[in-house]
Design a protein around this ligand. Structure first.
Ligand SMILES: [Zn+2]
Ligand SMILES: [Zn+2]
Ligand SMILES: [Zn+2]
Length: 782
């Protein structure tokens, strides 16, 4: 029990005189992320600065404050409280009520007993704050150049938590007892480091070392300076960060970038680059105010930004791409490395082989990265949970998640209604899992592609860890319908929970509905590469009438063969042939276009026989594959080196024009359903190719054509169903041009349009939708 108890009057409305002057007392219940983020010392300062009495204590939902003093001062306190909350706090509800005064004379932080703070929301890992950054470079400060400086407003959290409650013994800081100076700060409610669990200094905290590729320590005065020299010499340095290792090279050094590509076996997929500050970012990319906010946010995601024409970063960093992924330093170690080396930009890519999880442990890094890095800049603060960098895209002032991970996890998505405890295990690629409890949906960090053995064990690790630190024992498990997904197989092996299979595109739309607090039915456009359909075919261009409980397929792209299965995804030319054969039979050989001239006759003939004999050619309605076909046909890309490369490059090719003419698609009724056909589209496109219209123009007409068709379909469905709300979800909506055009055209047509802001539109967001669907399907226990 608490050692201070505030009495509530029966009506809760009473004020009366306490002592000499007229005083009032208020109880304020604050929910959200208000623990472990410096909220109590903040309130303490706010109260003591106004000479108010009372107390603050942690509660399962957040904190409860009682505050007493002259009415106008109390009112002033109440008004300032949410407005000036610490940067990491997130207030989701704030209830004030009057209670009876008592004889408090001072303001106290009431410590609750263990067990009471268990249900707190753990803060994510956040970037170094301006105060700590100033101290880091202040020669007079006792933490001058200390690579692990932090305070309650910044530093590691999620990745160093072993268990709850969140305090030092439950973190990887447990092995570093605080020195007297740190301890004093930790215990002083007026200090910025009051209860900062990772508080440390040169005396007592972790330290940095430089190792060679066999894990031997390199003796040097300053490991960071030595690592910087290595980078200047064109070497690859593995740098231990917050959620794992990065592989770093000097981004302005072409040869070093090429060396890293070769060693990481990453052919063309863009690398992200870290720049020392906003000014350096502005030299490289076009940055508007929304991009500034995203870059400087405490989450410090990688932000995809348009390259400047004068950009001095070699093309090899992000080939065939108009955008670059930029981020600012977020740990003190990053700042020291970038400033020490006076780097303009460093490539900082996850320390792994392509598609494997990021390495976190020093020894693991040596084993897994020894052929890839020349030096290892390590430290002895253990990372307990891997967490990759987050990736966002800013367009038209709106930030959208492409990969929601470090900095955002484990902040929950706040839901409209209470939900049962559900574990949703996500999809196969870009996997995340989701746990719900009450009005919170906790999505995990980016886990990756489960086909990979290491990612699969990370998937297990993440479920176990999140269930433990969030104290959620799910009674319901949701999974994708695809029988071969590893996540599905995992779910089906679980006992003791009720299992619900959720259709992939239903999950996409439900995810969009959940973060927008929608209920009832919506028109949902779920566009992506691949998702298992209820008819066993490969869906991906779906228009649904959906609620959490139900899914009705209202329209979809016509089925075409996916010749060779997965091979057709890696080789977009196969999809181009498939679409041509589907629409024109073997007559397409007569088309006088470069794509046909260049076809290998033997390979094409084989492919056509595979299609005709229906061998290893599942049918697909995928929107992503249509993008692939168009990209191949107009000469942009015949084979891909990473997921969605052809579609990304097709978007990059769009020529700017005020014209919004587009190819038309064929909408044909099929019973209750509508089929979106592509014959007219390909006829017009081929005619454009014969007239030598350039690829940028064709790409624009293709995108506009899709938008037209979707707006027409939405109109048809509104007429039929009376629904006016449209949700847009699926990986295709990472395409900014398509999203913006469709959103604006639908809005003009009077629709209410809902998109993703909190979770990715792609498969990284489907676990949220799976959880919502399963919760709706499971009868509530009374
Ligand atoms: Zn700080
Ligand atoms: Zn210390
Ligand atoms: Zn999907």
């Amino acid at each position: 029990m608490d050692d201070v108890v505030g009495a509530t009057t029966p009506s809760g409305q009473v004020t009366f005189a306490c002592g000499v002057a007229m005083e009032v007392r208020r109880q304020i219940d604050v929910s959200g992320i208000v623990q472990g983020v410096g909220f109590r010392p903040y309130v303490y300062r706010l109260a003591t600065g106004r000479r108010l009495s009372g107390n603050i204590r942690n509660t399962p939902a957040g904190v409860t404050i009682e505050i007493q003093g002259p009415p106008e001062t109390v009112q002033d306190f109440v008004e300032h409280l949410p407005a000036e909350a610490p940067p990491l706090a997130r207030i989701t509800s704030f209830l004030v009520r009057e209670v009876a005064c008592n004889k408090d004379v001072d303001f106290r932080i009431v410590h609750s007993h263990a067990g009471e703070e268990v249900r707190t929301l753990i803060s994510p890992d956040v970037a170094i704050c301006p105060d700590c950054l100033r101290e880091l470079f202040d020669p007079a400060d006792r933490r001058y150049h200390y690579p692990f400086i932090n305070c309650t407003n910044c530093g590691p959290r999620f990745t160093i938590v072993r268990d709850i409650p969140y305090d030092r013994p439950s973190t990887s800081m447990a092995v570093f007892p605080m020195c007297p100076a740190c301890q004093t700060e930790y215990e002083d409610p007026l200090n910025r480091r009051f209860h900062a669990q990772p508080n440390a200094c040169w005396e007592c905290g972790p330290h940095v070392d430089l190792w060679d590729r066999s894990g031997r320590r390199i003796f040097c005065r300053d490991p960071i300076a030595e690592a910087a020299s290595g980078l200047h010499a064109g070497l690859v340095v593995a740098v231990k960060g917050l959620g794992g290792f990065h592989l770093a090279v000097d981004a302005t050094n072409k040869a070093a970038v090429a060396l890293l590509r070769e060693r990481k076996r990453r052919v063309e997929k863009p690398f992200a680059i870290m720049v020392p500050d906003l000014a350096a970012a502005r030299d490289i990319c076009e940055i508007d105010s929304a991009a500034c906010v995203a870059l400087e946010s405490v989450q410090r995601p990688i932000v995809l930004l348009p390259k400047k024409t004068s950009c001095s970063i070699p093309e090899e960093v992000a080939p065939f791409n108009r955008y670059l992924g930029l981020f600012l330093p977020y740990t003190p170690l990053h700042y020291l490395l970038l400033r020490e080396g006076a780097f303009k930009a460093l490539v900082m890519t996850s320390g792994n082989l392509s598609e494997e999880p990021i390495a976190i442990d020093n020894q693991e890094a040596i084993t897994r990265l020894s052929g890839r890095a020349d030096y290892f800049l390590v430290h002895n603060r253990e990372i307990l949970l891997r967490c990759d960098d987050s990736v966002v895209r800013v367009a038209d002032g709106v930030t959208r998640q492409l990969r929601r991970s470090r900095g955002f996890v484990p902040v929950p998505v706040f839901l409209k209604n209470e939900q049962p405890s559900v574990l949703a295990v996500g999809g196969e690629l870009k996997n995340t899992i989701c746990l719900t409890k009450g009005k919170h949906a906790f999505l995990s960090q980016h886990i990756g592609d489960l086909e990979n053995v290491e990612s699969y064990s990370f998937f297990n690790e993440a479920i176990e860890h999140l269930e433990r630190i969030l104290e959620i024992r799910p009674t319901i498990i949701a999974y994708d319908l695809h029988p071969d997904y590893f996540s599905t197989k995992w779910a089906l092996q679980q006992s003791g929970a009720r299992l619900f299979g959720v259709q992939h595109h239903h999950a996409h739309i439900a995810s969009c509905m959940a973060e927008n607090h929608l209920e009832g039915k919506v028109i949902g456009f779920a566009l992506d590469g691949t998702g298992y359909g209820t008819d066993g075919q490969v869906w991906g261009g779906e228009v649904l009438i959906a609620s959490y409980k139900n899914l009705e397929r209202a329209a979809h792209f016509e089925y075409v063969p996916l010749p060779g299965g997965a091979a057709a995804i890696r080789e977009p030319w196969r999809m181009a042939v498939s679409y041509l054969a589907h629409n024109f039979g073997r007559n397409f050989f007569r088309f006088d276009i470069p794509f046909v001239w260049r076809l290998d006759t033997h390979k094409t003939d084989l492919l056509l026989r595979v299609i005709e004999k229906k061998v290893n050619s599942p049918l697909t309605s995928s929107c992503g594959r249509l993008f692939d076909a168009v990209a191949a046909l107009i000469g942009i890309r015949q084979q891909v080196n990473y997921e969605a490369q052809a579609a990304i490059e097709l978007e990059m090719a769009i020529s700017s024009s005020e014209n919004n003419d587009g190819y038309s698609l064929d909408l044909t009724p099929d019973g209750e359903n509508w089929i979106i056909g592509t014959r007219s589209l390909f006829e017009a496109l081929i005619s454009d190719l014969q007239c030598k219209i350039d690829a940028g123009e064709i790409s624009r007409r293709f995108h506009n054509g899709l938008v037209d068709a979707f707006v027409r379909l939405a109109g048809v469905l509104r007429k039929k169903t009376d629904l006016n709300r449209v949700c847009l979800s699926g990986g295709t909506f990472h395409n900014v041009y398509l999203s913006q055009q469709l959103e604006s055209r639908l809005t003009k047509a009077g629709f209410e349009v809902f998109t993703h802001h909190e979770v990715p539109a792609g498969d990284g967001g489907i676990s949220l939708g799976q959880a919502m669907v399963a919760a709706a399907l499971a009868p509530r226990e009374s």
